[in-house]
Design a protein around this ligand. Structure first.
Ligand SMILES: [Zn+2]
Length: 92
């Protein structure tokens, strides 16, 4: 009787949703990076997200640029923040 350890190796593809788990996530992130997928900063939580993690929602915020002018910046919101918002403030 011998025990064999089988390491489950999941192959991630560019555009996949991120997996749970620290190591899996890093593997996934590496695949996305190699594929040249640019990450976008979520307008809500400020975390860097791949396009597939972003929701269709975006928030606008007023910023003041270096010349002291008001600029309206539109930033996308990630799926997680979008769902969190839905919970707090139902639209229907
Ligand atoms: Zn977010």
């Amino acid at each position: 009787m011998s025990h064999v350890c089988i390491l489950m190796q999941v192959e991630y593809k560019p555009g996949d949703q991120p997996p749970d788990g620290y190591l899996a996530w890093h593997e996934w992130a590496e695949v996305q990076r190699k594929a040249g997928i640019k990450q976008v900063q979520c307008g809500e939580c400020g975390k860097w997200k791949t396009p597939q993690e972003l929701s269709d929602a975006s928030i606008t915020s007023e910023l003041i640029d270096r010349r002291g002018r008001f600029v309206v910046a539109m930033r996308q919101v990630c799926n997680k923040c979008f769902l969190d918002k839905e919970k707090v403030r139902p639209t229907k």
